[in-house]
Structures are given as C-alpha cells and as structure tokens.
Design a protein around this ligand. Structure first.
Ligand code: ADP
Ligand code: MG
Length: 142
C-alpha cells in the first residue's frame, strides 16, 4: 500500500489510523532518512493507541515504554546503536514478542534481528513533488 501525504498532519493521521487497528504483539518497522517524518508518524500511532503523553524520540535510551493506552507501546529509536548486541541488553525480544505494540525507528540498522512478521513502513521524500511531500509505503511481511 502506498500513501502520499503533503503535510505533517496527514502523516500523523495515517499513524492514528494504524494505531487504532494495531493488535497485541504487532511490530512496526520504520525506515527513512533523518527528518523524513518517522517521529511524526510514531506520534500519530501512539495517539491511535490512546496514549495521551507526548511521544518524542528516545534520545538517551533505546526504548521508551508507554503504558497509558489501549495496549502497551514500546517505542525504539536505534539510530545511535553501536551493534545489535545492545538490543539484547535492553531486552528487545521480550518487547517484540510481548503483548504490546512495538515500533522501531531506523529499523534498517538492525535488519538482522527483526522478526519476520512485521509491518514495514518506508517514508521517502520527493522534492520534485514539494518540500512537504512524503511517499509512505506500508507492507505486511510474514
Ligand atoms: P524523523 O523522525 O524521520 O527524523 P521527524 O518526524 O522528527 O523526522 O521530523 C519530520 C519533519 O518534517 C517535521 O519537522 C515535520 O513537520 C516535517 N514534515 C513536512 N512535511 C511532512 C509530511 N508530509 N509528513 C511528515 N513530516 C513532515
Ligand atoms: Mg525520529
């Protein structure tokens, strides 16, 4: 599925829609360059799960846990990861095979340890379409 958005609000709303439909154990992987809108999408997804706390990228920790919504939400940002063993140390597998919803920003950096069943989201710019244009590809993998 390909969705085109032309404002941060539209990307946020796509996140809301997917968050409303998210199920226990669902894993979202997010890939795209810096500043493309991964966190905007994540904030929408959190809202769709009913989380009212503000969600930002976890800068100093790899994972941030939000318990206030319909399901627990595990937000990973692995941009600063040195090697995949750091993911073991934070209990990555317990989260992704747990009952909450996991979302991993920069998932391409830990491709080798991602679960096979996942919802992949790729966000891309296309400057010919304008500065705020984003092409968002959603693909179910199993
Ligand atoms: P990332 O997490 O991928 O590094 P952010 O979500 O933090 O990126 O930032 C995306 C930036 O791009 C924000 O400043 C946002 O306002 C802007 N932006 C402009 N157009 C869009 C769009 N269509 N979708 C998402 N963000 C957009
Ligand atoms: Mg981000």
């Amino acid at each position: 599925m390909v969705i085109e958005t032309r404002s941060p609000e539209e990307t946020f709303r796509l996140g809301v829609q997917l968050g409303e439909k998210a199920y226990p154990g669902q894993v979202f992987t997010l890939t795209g360059d810096l500043g493309v809108g991964k966190t905007v999408f994540t904030q929408g997804l959190a809202r769709g799960l009913g989380i009212e706390e503000p969600v930002n990228s976890p800068t100093f920790t790899i994972v941030q846990v939000y318990e206030g919504g319909r399901l627990p939400f595990y937000h990973f940002d692995v941009y600063r990861i040195g090697d995949v063993e750091e993911m073991d140390e934070v209990g990555f597998e317990d989260y992704i095979y747990g009952e909450g919803v996991s979302l991993i920003e920069w998932a391409n950096l830990i491709g080798e340890i991602l679960p096979e069943k996942r919802t992949e989201i790729l966000i891309e710019k296309d400057l010919e379409q304008g500065f705020d244009y984003r092409k968002i590809t959603v693909e179910e993998r199993s």
